[in-house]
Design a protein around this ligand. Structure first.
Ligand SMILES: [Zn+2]
Length: 332
């Protein structure tokens, strides 16, 4: 379980169990297990027989066997609501999502990458209903930065006047992008990167080959490393890394699909940072490139690639976009 890599954080979280704030902002790098921690905590809040940890000081744990836990684990607890962009809800196996999934299938539209205002308004209605189990209601908002101002303001109303027994768990990879008024209503809980040794052991358990390498490429985030090692994205990344190592950049530009742009921009960004790090300190961070280069030029290129990563979902010609990224690469 990914949450086992975050034992200290879990203990800290569950210590608040007796004097719970109604809104918590669980934030940290992507892939460190924030959502899994929020979900487990939601289960604990809804558990009818929360037990204590096996060792003193390890905090409480959901029992796993009561009706609340069973419903939660089956993905149909009526007192929990997960609010997330449609694009994420579509890949979620559990059924604790808004009805958007079905609507989406019917309409065959491109799924939204943003949380919609109807979702946060629907949340207010849900929280104002009496709870089914006579206790708490929990809303998980993930990722909380994927809300525009109008949507965030609709959520703010619920945060400002929370109905009795309502709890908000906001999960964020980029808390600085949240409205300050939202942030100030939440207790801030930073989730650290797990210990690298524990992450490598966990990745090995998941059947990942070369766990150290993927963990490095993921900047130390185990879930991200798992995603790279097992998904299509990993194959795209491998291809780009091979192209960079061989110096044959021409093959890198052979991009037909928009989905291949983001992995390309990511690898170029990380390889550029590694070349700058290698020049500055003799050490690399991501294992994406080992040859030192002109630090100033590569840092500037890495910044450009960072900006490009944010643009890859927008409509544009994938081929031209890839060519532009590759053409800007420093010569040495
Ligand atoms: Zn339970």
């Amino acid at each position: 379980m990914i949450t086992n890599l975050q034992k200290e954080f879990w203990t800290q979280l569950t210590r608040m169990h007796d004097r719970l704030p109604h809104a918590m902002l669980i934030h940290g790098a992507a892939g460190v297990g924030k959502l899994a921690l929020a979900e487990r905590f939601a289960q604990l809040l809804l558990c009818e027989h929360p037990g204590q940890g096996a060792k003193p000081g390890q905090g409480a744990n959901p029992c796993g066997g009561c009706e609340g836990c069973r419903w939660f684990l089956a993905g149909n607890h009526p007192d929990v609501r997960i609010v997330e962009p449609e694009a994420l809800a579509l890949v979620r196996p559990a059924a604790v999502v808004e009805e958007s999934k079905e609507e989406q299938a019917k309409e065959k539209k491109k799924p939204s990458l943003q949380i919609k205002i109807e979702q946060t308004r629907g949340l207010a209605d849900f929280l104002n209903l009496a709870s089914h189990r006579g206790g708490r209601r929990v809303a998980i908002i993930h990722p909380a930065e994927d809300m525009n101002t109008a949507t965030a303001n609709a959520l703010l109303k619920s945060l400002e006047e929370p109905p009795l027994g309502a709890f908000f768990l906001l999960v964020s990879h980029h808390p600085a992008r949240l409205l300050p008024t939202i942030r100030s209503r939440c207790i801030s809980l930073p989730v650290p990167l797990p210990d690298p040794g524990a992450s490598v052991a966990w990745l090995t358990e998941q059947g990942v080959r070369s766990p150290q390498r993927w963990l490095a490429f993921a900047g130390g985030s185990p879930l991200r490393a798992l995603d790279y090692a097992t998904g299509e994205r990993g194959e795209a990344i491998e291809r780009v890394l091979r192209g960079i190592a061989s110096g044959n950049h021409a093959t890198l530009g052979e991009i037909k699909d928009r989905d291949q742009l983001e992995p390309l921009a990511e690898v170029l960004q990380k390889a550029a940072l590694d070349r700058a790090f290698a020049a500055l300190s003799g050490r690399t961070k991501y294992g994406a490139a080992v040859v030192p280069g002109d630090a100033h030029a590569w840092l500037s290129y890495a910044r450009t690639m960072g900006r490009h990563r944010a643009l890859t979902h927008h409509p544009l010609s994938p081929k031209l976009f890839a060519a532009e990224m590759l053409a800007g690469m420093p010569k040495n």
